[in-house]
Write a protein that binds this ligand. Sequence first.
Ligand SMILES: Cc1cc2nc3c(=O)[nH]c(=O)nc-3n(C[C@H](O)[C@H](O)[C@H](O)COP(=O)(O)OP(=O)(O)OC[C@H]3O[C@@H](n4cnc5c(N)ncnc54)[C@H](O)[C@@H]3O)c2cc1C
Length: 427
Amino acid sequence: MHSPAAPHPPSYYAATRSETVAFSPLCDTVRSDVCVVGGGFTGIATALSLAERGYSVTVLEQHRVGWGASGRNGGQMLGGVPGEARLERLDSGAYADSVFELGYRGHDIIARRVQQYGIDCDLKYGALDVALRPRHLERQQRMYESLCQRGMEPQLRLVSAADLSVLLGTDQYLGGLVNMRNGHLHPLNLCLGQARAAAGLGAAIYEGSEVTAIDHGTPAVVRTAHGSVTADFVVLAGNGYQHLEPALFSGLVFPAGSYIIATEPLSPDEAASINAEDLAVCDMNEVLDYFRLSADRRLLFGGRCHYSGREPRSIEKAMLPRLRQVYPQLAHRRIDYAWGGKIGIVVNRVPLLGRIGANVFYALGYSGHGVSLSHAFGEVLADAVTGSSKEMDLFARVPHRKLPFGQRAGAQLVALGMLYFRLRDWL
Ligand SMILES: Cc1cc2nc3c(=O)[nH]c(=O)nc-3n(C[C@H](O)[C@H](O)[C@H](O)COP(=O)(O)OP(=O)(O)OC[C@H]3O[C@@H](n4cnc5c(N)ncnc54)[C@H](O)[C@@H]3O)c2cc1C
């Protein structure tokens, strides 16, 4: 018997997890309809969709379920698909309705599962985009009009700068757009709760089980250090931590760091004074800040993506100036947690959803926008296993350019690209 996987890395979420599932490593040879590589939202949501349809499914996670971005993120459940304008332009807008529907489908999947499987993940509705520049206000107005055309007017509200300073207790922003269809949640508990549900329906989940190789074929054989899974279908769901199939992914998707700090719990009055309606807040910069209150009234403040692959020496020191710029009144508040994780960035921002050969499917590269979308993609991947690949065929039509010189040099190029976006934010 091999030792169990190490615990989740320290974070507010790891400290407040309420779901207690744990799974042993794979040390056997098993047969399954589907083998899923990666136990984040994408992998677990896919496994649950398949288990709900009666498939036998095995999940292999190198560390713990929810160990990656899915257990560490800002918890903001936001609609839309990164790079959606490119998808909508295909065939003169023929797929615009499908892309819009896909952008919010994950919300419905999450809401249904939270209820059906009794997942306690602090799900709350309401999110707010805030403008820092006049051009953000113009974009906000366009977003508002376009969402109204989609029938979402009752869930939307434009907020003036004056009202925003009351709502958020800061005068940093020029205006905002509230969207009550979006929301926020405790991502680690959501991920673990779905793993519990999938296991309850017969899915076999193994932690501490890094996939080292895939022997392609029908069936395929997925190998770990101490076992293997023979499966008719394989789903790759490693996102920013993925290193398999380098011939396809090298130069296409890059890991980028994003970081969060959590204050000590605020008093009820203090919490109300900085976020009266308990909204998930995102600014509209390309390299953005995002923040919200936790269920126990901490301010979770995140942002400052960097693309070099290097960790800041102190996440707290790197993040505190931003938090204090927005909320100088919280300068006396202690920081209890600081952590980061990797998001998968695709150069043109359109997530990678596709197949290798006939029976290996993949979804990754949500560019920091995957809480909801990974759940929609989980369903799309399960559909692909069952033979229906409408969305997959659509995404396959978006051309992706590979950065030259492989992953390492590519990451440096993306770092330069980020610097470019940062400069654009400042101008
Ligand atoms: C700090 C931070 C804040 C974020 N905030 C938000 C937000 O507020 N809203 C939002 O929508 N998105 C946010 N994101 C992005 C979001 O978290 C991701 O898009 C989403 O979680 C992706 O899920 P995933 O399952 O594809 O990837 P991950 O959760 O990263 O899971 C991939 C898993 O695959 C495993 N794995 C990789 N390779 C192997 C292998 N060879 N063998 C076995 N296992 C393997 C990894 O260990 C990992 O557990 C944030 C991300 C970060 C890091």
